[in-house]
Design a protein around this ligand. Structure first.
Ligand SMILES: [Ca+2]
Ligand SMILES: [Ca+2]
Ligand SMILES: [Ca+2]
Ligand SMILES: [Ca+2]
Length: 408
């Protein structure tokens, strides 16, 4: 009799210890400094039971020291060791504890700035890009920033237009001047996820109030969401059977007006300086566009439309009109476009009506022809861009500086 009780107790103990060993254990993998006073802690778990176990959020599955006991931790635990299942962001000085308890969980782990750091070479979000190269190490949908013209924060590109097209007119290239920066965020497979654009309207040296748009090298169906700020701009996304076109505004003077009795905005040195107008685009795409296959990179195919006339588009030299352009203007005046030969927006001497420059460009003063301000533009254009490639830099004898508008 004593033996039977003893054996039964042994069996019970064995079963109990078996259960104890099969409880899910929380694991704190490592922490990564985000470099801004915040940290990201990565957690996983170990479930040695051959079956899936479930532990709901609450007394048996909770975080302590956090804003909520639910910090996105799992409630369903698959068999085996599961690394980097979820992450939690914390601040310097915080100490976060994840504890599992009750009949199915056992153990608690903590994370703070002294916890073991993630080793270099790990891929926390498992997007195939190691943390050290991943600019979004906790976002499996994003991996790289691709900045245009440069990742340097204060480096902008300039778009400058002449609105006398299809005539050269005064050819002062300051009728609409917009600076830009773009960041194309790609994932681990080089697919574009975000198209983020930042713009500064700098000058309106025009009697016309012109519109500004960009044609993108993908269909409107590729766009998951797009936001243009400030929302008061009433921008238009044109979806057609071809490429997405965004019309940011149709009348530049709605956003920058000449000061007082002045006539121009930031092109006449005798007139008052007007603050730039900043706007932005934040667009997220479905992951279908490989950055290496885009026919145009940022700033894509930007154009003005003269005096708000939608069809009267002026693009950079060599860039095609959109489907909405009025083609009857081509070949008039100084325009030497030839649509069948894909020759667009050039004079017979290859001079443009739109310029895209990889710097904050000093444009000519009002009614000064660019060819008087920039002495090698014509040579550059006639050589098809092979000579005087730095013609637009205000240095090395390239310019007549007295004819450039210098911001006060
Ligand atoms: Ca990664
Ligand atoms: Ca990533
Ligand atoms: Ca002009
Ligand atoms: Ca002008």
């Amino acid at each position: 009799m004593k033996n039977r009780i003893f054996i039964t107790m042994l069996l019970l103990l064995a079963i109990l210890s078996l259960f104890a060993g099969l409880k899910v254990q929380p694991v704190m993998e490592c922490v990564i400094s985000n470099g801004d006073g915040t940290w990201t802690a990565h957690f996983g778990y170990l479930n040695e039971n051959p079956n899936v176990l479930s532990i709901g959020i609450g007394v048996h599955n909770k975080f302590v020291g956090t804003p909520s006991e639910d910090m996105g931790q799992p409630t369903i635990f698959q068999p085996g060791r599961h690394e980097f299942e979820f992450s939690v962001t914390f601040n310097d000085g915080d100490n976060f504890v994840w504890s599992l308890s009750g009949p199915r969980g056992h153990g608690s782990v903590n994370a703070n700035s002294s916890s073991s750091a993630c080793p270099r070479g790990s891929d926390s979000d498992e997007d195939g890009v190691e943390d050290q190269y991943d600019e979004y190490p906790d976002d499996m949908h994003r991996a790289y920033n691709n900045w245009y013209p440069s990742a340097e924060e204060d480096e902008w590109g300039t778009l400058a237009y002449e609105d006398y097209w299809p005539f050269q007119g005064d050819y002062d290239f300051n009728d609409l001047v917009i600076d830009y920066r773009f960041n194309l965020v790609t994932n681990g497979s080089n697919l574009v996820i975000d198209v983020n654009g930042y713009f500064k309207l700098r000058a309106i040296g025009a009697s016309y109030s012109n519109g500004f748009g960009i044609e993108f090298p993908f269909h409107a169906d590729s766009v998951e969401v797009a936001e243009i700020l400030p929302a008061s701009m009433n921008s238009v996304l044109e979806s057609s059977n071809t490429n997405l076109v965004i019309l940011f505004f149709d009348s530049s003077k709605d956003y920058m007006s000449p000061a007082g009795e002045d006539f121009f905005v930031n092109t006449d040195p005798e007139e008052s300086w007007v603050n730039t107008f900043e706007f932005s685009l934040a667009m997220t795409l479905y992951p279908t566009q490989n950055i290496n296959n885009l026919v145009w990179l940022a700033p894509f195919n930007p154009f003005i439309f003269i005096q708000g006339e939608r069809g009267k588009e002026v693009h950079l030299a060599g860039y095609p009109p959109t489907v909405s352009a009025d083609r009857s203007y081509f070949g008039i005046g100084d325009d030497d476009s030839n649509l069948s030969q894909e020759r667009y927006y050039k004079t017979a001497g290859n001079l443009p009506w739109g310029l895209n420059l990889p710097a904050t460009w000093a444009y000519p003063t009002e009614r000064t022809s660019i060819t008087e301000a920039y002495l090698y533009l014509a040579d550059w254009a006639q050589s098809n861009g092979e000579q005087h490639t730095d013609w637009y830099e205000n240095a090395g004898g390239n310019t007549d500086e007295s004819k450039l508008y210098i911001e006060p």
